[in-house]
Ligand binder design. Structure first.
Ligand code: NAD
Ligand code: UPG
Length: 427
């Protein structure tokens, strides 16, 4: 099939390349000239394991453009995978989805054959039918479900293992209204071996929010229990090993520590809270889930102060800046509130991350420009005896922490074994 993907970020590029691997031809659309150029040179603009190899292997089976007409006129189905960030008040900002829908509509005006548009971006229930559909109809002069197909197909991939997740998902959710669109998506997803759940459009939208909210809740719950465990001298990882053996609960997403960051959980939980309030519901659990998560990273500093009461003028080493290992993404990384607090307390910070230093400096200039970046993790260890572990990169397991005070937000076993003084957040 000929597929176009609007928005070539973590989701757009990975799903597009996934479709290429499954035998389709893909045209990527992005407003960012740099990304378009890089993709056309088979260079991934983001770091994601296996992506570069795939782009090199399938050169010629995909291309990128800034031109919506080129993409829509030369494909059968267009996925919208642009960002849906939070506004200042936590509500969802649909400006990228709206501009994509308008531009797709304009391009569709010139097309005679049936075309399917699929919203893959995470959007609140009602958005596809109440925002995207009228914009495409107005700008194309065509009628949804008659002249063009419309669907919502949420994405569940995790960064760092995104390609693997896309190609081997736990499920594929397809929210559709008309039979023709359903058939197109079933054909496209046929090679993927996973349960396929067909729903109406707004149910598909809600499945995505309920999934992310549940996973965020699971981690905040584990962290709350973990904080209690810490005071009682109990290892919460052992506790959740026991809890997770219950098949009704499952062992996944129980890693206690400094909480969840990333481009999805924070913004999606906040957007769901806002939506609930807008319709007169008070989401008590979701608000608590968020609050636990906001407090969690600062526990690292509290624990540090037990051993280094005065941070003024002290050099603190920070290992890890990405929101999780395996990615260069720093959106909502726990490293930000931690480093901000360290600087407020007058500490000097030397940090290292194998992939995310550039992004951290650019994304958070208020703190990113005030810290020193090391060339390696051992350079951090050479520079100071006080170390905070923020992201559990594998290479941090290979270090010797002898003689160091280590406060660990993610549980790096090597530090636990070798540090002079070791504190884990919830263990
Ligand atoms: N990152 C994830 O792990 C993940 C997983 C599942 C779902 N999602 C959802 O997928 C969506 C995309 O997330 P992401 O992390 O890939 O975002 P991203 O910021 O990495 O990528 C978005 C891309 O869209 C481009 N863009 C913006 N406006 C455009 C327009 N009008 N036309 C063409 N391109 C445009 C941007 O330049 C950027 O390259 C979000 O709704 C997110 O919630 C993300
Ligand atoms: O037991 C755990 C698991 C994760 N985390 C943290 O939670 C955050 C998110 O991790 P993860 O879910 O692995 O990464 P994402 O790439 O943000 O993926 C989530 O968000 C995506 C975007 O919506 C969804 O598609 C995925 O299914 C969902 O897992 C990170 O900061 C992790 O450190 C924990 O603290 N403890």
């Amino acid at each position: 099939m000929k597929v176009s993907v609007v928005g070539s970020g973590y989701v757009g590029l990975v799903t597009g390349m996934g479709f290429v691997k499954l035998g389709n031809e893909v045209i990527f659309v992005d407003v960012d000239e740099r990304k378009v150029k890089m993709i056309n040179n088979a260079e991934p603009p983001i770091y994601e394991k296996g992506l570069e190899e795939l782009m090199k292997e399938f050169r010629g089976k995909y291309r990128a453009t800034k031109d919506y007409h080129e993409a829509v006129l030369n494909s059968d189905v267009t996925f919208i995978a642009v960002g849906t960030p939070s506004r200042e008040d936590g509500s969802i900002d649909l400006k990228y989805v709206e501009s994509a829908a308008k531009a797709i509509g304009e391009a569709l005006k010139e097309k005679d054959s049936y075309h399917v548009i699929v919203v893959k971006s995470t959007v609140l229930p009602g958005t596809t039918e109440e925002v995207v559909k009228p914009l495409i109809e107005d700008h194309s002069g065509k009628k949804a479900f008659r002249d063009f197909g419309l669907a919502m197909n949420p994405e569940f991939l995790r960064e760092g293992v995104a390609l693997r997740d896309f190609l081997n998902p736990d499920r594929v959710v397809i929210g559709v209204q008309d039979e023709r669109t359903k058939q197109v998506l079933e054909k496209l997803y046929k090679p993927i071996k996973a349960p396929k759940l067909i729903t109406d459009i707004k149910t598909a939208e809600m499945i995505k929010y309920a999934s992310n909210a549940f996973l965020a809740t699971k981690i905040s719950f584990a962290n709350e229990i973990g904080n209690i465990c810490k005071k009682l001298g109990i290892d919460s990882w052992k506790v959740f090993e026991g809890v997770g053996l219950d098949h009704r609960i499952s062992p996944h997403f129980f890693r206690t520590g400094i909480g969840w960051g990333g481009s999805c959980f924070p913004k999606d939980v906040k957007a769901l809270i806002k939506k609930a309030e807008e319709i007169g519901e008070e989401p008590l659990i979701l608000k608590a889930v968020l609050e636990v998560n906001e407090r969690q990273p600062l526990r690292l500093i509290e624990l540090l102060k037990k051993h280094v009461p005065e941070l003024e003028g002290k050099t603190v080493g920070v290992l890890g800046l990405a929101f999780k290992p395996g990615t260069d993404d720093v959106r909502e990384t726990r490293a930000y509130p931690i480093i901000k607090k360290l600087l407020e307390e007058g500490a000097r910070v030397i940090a290292y991350d194998p992939r995310a230093m550039e992004n951290f400096r650019r994304f958070y200039p208020d703190v990113g420009e005030k810290i020193t970046y090391a060339n390696s993790s051992s350079e951090v260890l050479d520079a100071t005896d006080v170390i905070l572990i923020v992201t559990e990169w594998k290479e941090f397991e290979e270090l010797d922490y002898s003689g160091k005070i280590v406060v660990d937000g993610r549980r790096v076993k090597a530090a636990e074994k070798t540090a002079k003084i070791y504190e884990g957040v919830c263990w």
